[in-house]
Design a protein. Structure first.
Length: 375
């Protein structure tokens, strides 16, 4: 199990947080014992040292990620709630209440967890639910937590049932219940844990069980970003890269980013690459609106942010199924895409912009989509 750990400096230090590092367990060659369980020992397959070139995260990526709440662009309502929660917790000298963040991918859930740790002057342990396959994984993680730490679990809806049940007393009573032995000699031992904050992130809040969801004191949804917010994000990232971008160029990239900062930053990097090659003879690289349009058309990203696959999906529905209704299985067979990929990757944005409709009989292409495709 690999865990990403970051240790931000106190807010008044004037220094940026230390770089995140990836730590791995060393092989022991011994059978698991009770002590191994408490230390979260890994299996032989996982007991491999992390290569030296993976010890640190990409410094540039770390700079792009904001470290303070005041630097976080967008999500005004969420920031207002968290500012009050942080001030109240610091006033009582208590850790933050457990927080559940949900919403589409790429909106800044992981970034918000790191910011909370920075604002509280504490550590942030970052992991994901698929990395916590066995109960001993979460046991080892909880035993390493110190008072006030933030434990961030991404895609928390994918936790196994046994791992989830271990979190119940840990979240409510800061207690870890472990079973020692088997059969009639089995005993349950309760170990105290220091007060900590669990921050869970999920793209499918409905997939969380009620007992887990109800143990979060704060449940907040992240919303898609508007054009002005995305333009500000593009301009900020351009300064960090660094690359010169005009306001019109930043707006063009933001318009095609599907309301998602992660996509905006990705498109900016690809436009930067295009501009760098096209302007190789010039002293500096500059992204104008014309350059952005040329680069994004080369990448087949249209003015609404639809890529080739999105348009192909809609066109196949029009050509093969007369616009629908068409079942998901039939659509997957016609496009060659996996059912889950269509449902979780392509459909959400098409539904959001009104180009696709879900009906009891199947999916239907809307008139707006036909107009956009020129049919």
């Amino acid at each position: 199990m690999a865990i990403i750990s970051s240790r931000p400096q106190p807010a008044n230090s004037g220094e940026p947080p230390k770089k995140a590092r990836v730590s791995g367990a060393k092989p022991t060659g011994k059978s698991l014992s009770h002590r191994d369980l408490l230390q979260g020992a890994a299996t032989i397959e996982e007991q491999q040292e992390v290569p030296s070139n993976q010890q640190n995260l990409n410094p540039q990526e770390e700079k792009i990620r904001p470290q303070r709440l005041e630097d976080y662009i967008g999500q005004k309502d969420l920031k207002g709630v968290l500012q009050i929660a942080i001030a109240a917790a610091q006033g009582r000298n208590d850790p933050l209440d457990h927080l559940l963040l949900y919403g589409p991918p790429g909106l800044g859930k992981t970034t918000m967890a790191v910011i909370l740790a920075t604002e509280m002057g504490t550590n942030c342990q970052i992991t994901s639910a698929p990395a916590l396959e066995r109960p001993r994984d979460i046991v080892g993680l909880l035993m390493k937590i110190t008072a006030g730490d933030i434990l961030f679990i991404d895609e928390i809806h994918r936790l196994s049932r046994m791992t989830e049940e271990l979190l119940y007393p840990a979240m409510e009573d800061f207690r870890l219940d472990i079973t020692i032995g088997k059969g009639q000699s089995a005993k349950i031992r309760s170990l105290p844990l220091p007060p900590f904050t669990l921050v869970g992130a999920t793209t499918r809040v409905g997939a969380l069980s009620s007992p887990l969801r109800d143990r979060f004191g704060l449940i907040q949804r992240l919303k898609f970003y508007d054009l002005a917010e995305l333009q500000t994000i593009v301009q900020r990232t351009a300064r960090i890269l660094p690359v010169e971008v005009t306001p019109e160029g930043a707006e063009e990239i933001a318009r095609r980013s599907r309301g998602t900062p992660r996509i905006a930053n990705r498109l900016l990097k690809r436009v930067r690459d295009y501009a760098q090659v096209q302007q190789a003879a010039q002293a500096t690289t500059k992204i104008t609106q014309e350059v952005a349009v040329e680069a994004l058309e080369l990448l087949e990203v249209d003015p609404l942010g639809l890529d080739w696959t999105d348009r192909s999906l809609l066109q196949i529905m029009i050509d093969n199924f007369k616009g629908g209704p068409v079942g998901l299985d039939s659509l997957a067979a016609a496009t060659g895409e996996d059912v889950k990929t269509i449902e979780e990757v392509y459909e959400p944005y098409l539904l959001q912009i009104g180009y696709l409709q879900r009906t009891p009989r199947g999916r239907i292409v809307t008139d707006a989509a036909r107009k956009h495709l020129g049919d």
